[in-house]
Every structure is written in structure tokens, then in C-alpha cells.
Ligand binder design. Structure first.
Ligand code: FAD
Length: 411
């Protein structure tokens, strides 16, 4: 059977490794950390995944935590007014529920499953020189190493990357003890709180090492009042800062957070990166070719919570392309076609995410405001997180937005 090397054991690498393994491919997975190191390490994401991405996991039978993870049935948006009241506040219902399973739990578990099923797991931080060697012994080398150093093998695609600098400073805290949402306590929802000109606070339930928890996630405009986490090493100081900013900018979320404590000493994360689309094919010094996967080739800012969703969709799309290739060579033209097939979906995520990073135009403000009065608009916006391609129909173009709102009101 064909031999495939996958470098990087995150959402995309593991999902692809398990998928190929179940189809009989001889898969080697290279990870720079063991499952135990991942489990005992720092949180990596907020990893909220919507229906389509979760379905890809179900299709492979690797949805091991589905019954334990909170079911996120709605997505709420609040916009802060200058006096820190809520100028806008609504919740859209998701057609299919979303879930967040701490990547420490999921990646460690999937890695163990891969090894138990006979997969070859190599614990090694791969360098370009390693890949040069391996590209000669494998039919295909896939690089799914996230935003790590190996991305330097894949040139930046300037035409698809409007930003060359990070657009948000990120600060995450996993907590126990958060009170229920005041407005709809009967079901779980992601809460997106927009503070114009300052940044966004996302709050969502997750399944972590110690069971159910909630995540408090600030995205701050660089250089602004939320960009204060860099250099904060003490996790309790990180949490105190998170809460202080919530009290000031989103007091309605702070009101339910007064009793929270960190889930564990590794329950905080801060950082920033520039959203970047890359050339999908990397050429090794010895002439071999490697194909980039998920964040390696399309890394979006987490403002729209799409990276893990995209990683799942990329893994599913690449799996189909590999299987459909049969015994034919995985040459450069196949690699480009494989990426283009994924880009059909990914381009909508990149377009929408980059739009959300900018200052919203008047018609978008009107749309978000209208969702407060019109439940179908709130529902459609919420379900756009599952299928960002739908935003083409009512989000970017003022005329389409107006026509859509008129169709809902019957005007
Ligand atoms: C703060 C934050 C919040 C987020 N929230 C969400 C959200 O709510 N919803 C969502 O969908 N997405 C979210 N994302 C994005 C999401 O986490 C990523 O896009 C997703 O994990 C990417 O998956 P991946 O498989 O491409 O890479 P990763 O998950 O990054 O996996 C890459 C793996 O490769 C390993 N690796 C790196 N270099 C090497 C090497 N040289 N050799 C071997 N192994 C290597 C890494 O250690 C890692 O295990 C968020 C991201 C951040 C930072």
C-alpha cells in the first residue's frame, strides 16, 4: 500500500492520519510532542467547531468526546455602546450544534488511537533536512505543522494575504465557575462581544482535562487597551487582567465571571500572528516536493473561530483527493489541484475573516443591528459560522444586504 508521511499532529494531521489509516494506507505521523506532553502542556486554541467540521469527524468514527462535550446550540452577538451597555444583543440558533474539545484532550487521544491501530508514530521535531531525506522514501509528504517554523518552506501568496502584520493580540483563559448566560440559560451558546475600535471578547463552553469549563478569549486591536498580555507569565495575573478588562468593556459578561478560577496552571495562552495564505507546494533543497495542509497554507485570525473547522475540512478534502488518485503519482499538478479543491471552501473563510478584522461598513452594522429585531437574520448569521460561503449572499454587498433584509421583513 502507498506510504504517506504526515508531519504535525494537530487537527488536520491527525484527522488525515486516522482517515488514511482506515483506508489501508501505510501512514507515518511525526509529532514534536508525545501524547502525554500535549495533555500536560499549555492550551492551544478555543477550537469551537461547527456542524460540518464535526460531521467529518463523525464520518471517520473519531468523535470520541461528542457525548461529554457541551452542545453549543446558539451563537450570540453583543455590541458594546460607548457607556459599556449593550447597544446590540441577540442569539441566533444553530441548525446543528457546535462543540469545543480542548485540543490537549483530543490530540493526545487521537495520537494514542493512531498508535493503537498500528500507525507508526515518530516523536521528532522535523527539520527541512529530515523532509529532504524522507521525501525519497515516501510516496507523499504532507506538512500539517500549523504555524511553526516549517511554514518557511511555503512562499506567502501576497495576492491572497491582505495583511502582513498581526491584526489582533490574543489572550485566552480556561476557567471553572462561570455563571450561566442571563438571557437563555436553558442552552449553551458561544458569546461574541464586539467592543468597537477596541477588540472582541468570546466566551464559550468547552470540554477540558478536568471536565466542563468555559473559555474567556480576548482579541485586542494591536496597540490598544486590550493589548496588554504580552510578557504576562503568571497565569493568575493573566486571569486578573482578563477579568479587569471584562469589567470595564463587557460588564454583562463580567457579572457572571466574578467567581471563576483557572482550570489549571496551563490554562492560559497569549500571542499573535499575521493571517497568511501560502503557496501549497514546498520544494525541498534536494528537489522533492511536499504539500502543505490547513494552517500551514491558510492561516486566518481566530476572530471568526474557523481554523479548526478549516483544518477538519482540509483534511476531509485532501483525504478524498488522495484516495481518488489511486496508484497515480502525487506530482506537483496533483498537489496544486488538491489545494485548489480545498481553496474552493477556504477562500470564503479567508474573505469573511479578513472582513471581520476591519472596521465594519455601515450596511454590516445595520445587518448586525437588524438581527436584534429579526430572528431569521440572527439565525442565518449564526449558521454562517458553519458555512461562511453563505455570507456571499447577504454580507459584503450593501445591495444584497438590503435585498435580504427586505425579503425577511416582507418590505
Ligand atoms: C487563541 C486561538 C483561538 C482559536 N479558536 C478557534 C476556534 O474557536 N475555532 C476554530 O475552528 N479554530 C480556532 N483557532 C484556530 C485553530 O486552533 C487552528 O487553526 C487549528 O488548530 C489548525 O490546525 P492544524 O492542524 O493546521 O495545526 P495545529 O493544530 O497547530 O497542529 C500542528 C501540530 O504540528 C506540531 N508541529 C509543529 N512543528 C512541527 C515540527 N517541525 N515537527 C513535528 N511537529 C510539529 C505542533 O506542535 C502541533 O501539534 C484558534 C487559534 C488560536 C491561536
Amino acid at each position: 500500500m502507498r506510504k504517506i508521511l504526515i508531519v504535525g499532529a494537530g487537527q488536520s494531521g491527525l484527522q488525515l492520519a486516522l482517515g488514511l489509516q482506515s483506508q489501508g494506507y501505510e501512514v507515518t505521523l511525526m509529532s514534536n510532542r508525545t501524547a502525554d506532553e500535549i495533555r500536560a502542556g499549555r492550551v492551544m486554541s478555543t477550537q469551537c467547531m461547527f456542524h460540518t467540521a464535526l460531521q467529518h469527524e463523525r464520518d471517520l468514527g473519531i468523535n470520541f468526546w461528542e457525548s461529554q462535550a457541551p452542545r453549543i446550540e446558539g451563537l450570540g452577538v453583543s455590541v458594546a455602546a460607548p457607556d459599556s451597555t449593550r447597544a446590540v444583543d441577540w442569539v441566533g440558533k444553530l441548525d446543528g450544534y457546535a462543540q469545543s474539545v480542548d485540543q490537549r484532550v483530543k490530540m493526545a487521544g487521537w495520537m494514542e488511537t493512531f498508535a493503537q491501530r498500528g500507525g507508526q508514530l515518530v516523536i521528532h521535531g522535523a527539520a527541512v533536512s529530515d523532509l529532504d531525506y524522507f521525501s525519497r522514501t515516501y510516496d507523499l509528504v504532507l506538512v500539517s505543522a500549523g504555524k511553526g517554523e516549517l511554514v518557511s518552506m511555503f512562499g506567502r501568496d501576497a495576492s491572497r494575504s491582505p495583511y502582513s502584520e498581526p491584526q489582533r493580540a490574543l489572550a485566552v483563559a480556561y476557567v471553572h465557575g462561570l455563571g450561566p448566560r442571563p438571557e437563555h440559560p436553558d442552552y449553551d451558546a458561544v458569546r461574541c462581544n464586539l467592543v468597537p475600535g477596541v477588540g472582541e471578547l468570546f466566551v464559550m463552553p468547552t470540554l477540558t482535562i478536568s471536565g466542563r469549563a468555559d473559555i474567556l478569549f480576548w482579541e485586542g486591536v494591536p496597540g490598544g487597551p486590550l493589548d496588554v498580555f504580552q510578557g504576562v507569565k503568571d497565569p493568575s495575573e493573566h486571569l486578573a487582567l482578563t477579568l479587569e478588562l471584562m469589567e470595564k468593556y463587557t460588564p454583562w459578561e463580567y457579572a457572571r465571571a466574578t467567581k471563576v478560577e483557572l482550570t489549571d496552571a496551563n490554562g492560559t495562552l497569549s500571542g499573535r500572528y499575521a493571517p497568511t495564505v501560502r503557496n501549497p507546494v514546498g520544494r525541498l533543497p534536494g528537489g522533492g516536493l511536499v504539500l502543505g495542509v490547513a494552517d500551514v497554507v491558510v492561516a486566518n485570525d481566530p476572530i471568526t473561530g474557523q481554523g479548526s473547522n478549516s483544518a477538519s475540512k482540509c483534511a476531509a478534502s485532501y483525504l478524498s483527493s488522495i484516495v481518488e488518485r489511486g496508484d497515480q503519482p502525487f506530482d506537483e499538478s496533483w498537489m496544486r489541484q488538491t489545494f485548489d479543491r480545498y481553496w474552493d471552501t477556504a477562500q470564503h473563510v479567508t474573505k469573511w475573516t479578513n472582513a471581520m478584522l476591519g472596521v465594519p461598513p455601515e450596511h454590516v452594522l445595520g445587518l448586525i443591528g437588524a438581527a436584534g429585531q429579526l430572528q431569521p437574520v440572527a439565525d442565518r448569521f449564526a449558521n454562517g459560522f458553519n458555512n461562511p460561503a453563505d455570507f456571499e449572499n447577504f454580507f459584503y454587498d450593501p445591495e444584497k444586504t438590503a435585498a435580504y433584509l427586505a425579503s425577511v421583513t416582507g418590505a
